[in-house]
Design a protein around this ligand. Structure first.
Ligand code: GN1
Ligand code: MG
Length: 385
């Protein structure tokens, strides 16, 4: 790649990575892209032998993902598998339904630049956008279907084919230990000012971990997405139809409730994740119900009754877990989640604490809903024979 004068500022390492992944192309423009907290993401236009081409280029956050080669292998396995399932199911418009990473001459999809940074690139999914808020229960149901469908797509890929990129990712008890640890160390001198949040997290943890419904060991371990927040889906600009699940780095063995929980806490809250005023957090039961119905239907019968019932406490659990992670990071001095202003991780923690409290108030109706969905799914399975 030759970075032509006037093509905008971008790191040399990005140019180097593209020279490896797209040797025939010249960079025409580079813009920052998206709202992810982990990798650095750019939208890049290239001109090559085959005309103009748009790419999404990422600098991999190696503090979070210490083994970029494993990340590349996982991504290839997951996307090849999903594409094969989609082919079998004759899903239309396949180019926009699954991420495609560019491969270099040796087949590798990640590239280490001379300065030690790691890079990768994807074909840009055309005419698509992510949403931060759900507009209606109908949209919630479709979004639920898409993430439930992703679990069904992964169902045939043996979990041991995928390397664990971040161990204990959704281990709430360990996340709470890490929070206590960070509060004890108080590396950034913020513990006194966050005492109230720490107490709220502890109270929620008592309620969420003590319940027998919180035990996970009886549930099947399967490949799950592990980061099913609403904005990790791409929707068609024109029709609004869900096209593609993105952010596949945390696809690892886990429990289905991690995915439903993340989706419900991010979709039914109707607030930005870094809203400064936690009183603005609203929980919308109609959206929650639609997400649940869509998710279970989308999973195409791959979920057991026990898995469906386990969803009733999933959303407050994941909200508390994320609150714990944001608060831990605030206490540690903002080392994990990228921030754009001081105090942002504390604001994020407060929003998730409020959400966890609201979602917990809805625990009884949620249990009834999932009991019904579980019974119904069994009827469906019996009816299909
Ligand atoms: C991170 O990459 P992104 O922004 O989609 C995080 C998730 C959190 C999420 C909260 C690898 O996801 O676990 O739920 O932020 N990803 C990782 O917005 O830690
Ligand atoms: Mg993301």
């Amino acid at each position: 790649v030759s970075a032509k004068p006037g093509s905008g500022d971008f790191p040399d390492a990005l140019g180097e990575a593209l020279a490896f992944l797209r040797p025939d192309a010249a960079i025409a423009s580079v813009e920052p892209l998206g709202s992810g907290h982990i990798h650095l993401t750019y939208a890049v236009r290239c001109r090559g032998e085959r005309g103009e081409h748009q790419l999404v280029v990422q600098r991999i956050n190696t503090a979070v993902f210490g083994d970029p080669l494993a990340l590349g292998d996982n991504l290839r396995r997951v996307t090849e598998h999903v594409r094969s399932v989609q082919r079998e199911r004759r899903v239309p418009d396949p180019e926009r339904r699954c991420l495609r990473a560019l491969a270099g001459p040796g087949g590798g999809t990640v590239h280490r630049a001379r300065d030690g940074s790691w890079w990768r690139a994807f074909d840009f999914v055309r005419s698509a956008h992510a949403v931060e808020r759900l507009a209606s229960p109908a949209q919630a149901e479709e979004v639920g279907r898409a993430f439930g469908g992703f679990l069904a797509d992964l169902d045939g890929l043996p979990p041991d084919r995928i390397r664990e990129t971040i161990p204990d990712f959704h281990d709430l008890a360990k996340r709470l230990d890490a929070l206590e640890d960070a509060a004890g160390r108080d590396a950034a001198g913020r513990a006194v000012a966050t005492g109230a949040e720490l107490d709220r997290a502890r109270r929620l943890a008592e309620r969420l971990l003590a319940s027998p419904a919180a035990a996970l060991d009886a549930l099947p371990l399967r490949l799950v997405h592990n980061d099913c927040k609403l904005n990790n889906l791409l929707l068609d600009d024109r029709t609004g139809e869900v096209l593609c699940v993105v952010d596949l780095d945390t696809v690892m063995p886990g429990y289905a409730l991690f995915d439903f929980g993340d989706l419900a806490r991010s979709g039914a809250g109707q607030t930005d994740e870094d809203e400064r005023e936690p009183a603005r957090v609203r929980f919308d039961p109609a959206l929650f119900r639609a997400l649940a119905t869509g998710f279970v239907a989308g999973a195409r019968g791959c979920l057991t009754e026990a898995e469906i019932r386990s969803f009733s406490l999933a959303a407050p659990r994941i909200a508390l877990e994320l609150a714990t992670r944001f608060l831990t990071d605030h206490l540690a001095g903002d080392r994990y989640f990228r921030i754009a202003r001081p105090g942002q991780n504390l604001d994020r923690a407060r929003v998730q604490l409020r959400l966890a409290e609201l979602l917990l108030e809805f625990a009884d109706p949620a249990r009834e809903l999932f009991d019904a969905l579980a019974r119904h799914s069994q009827d469906g399975i019996r009816a299909r024979g």
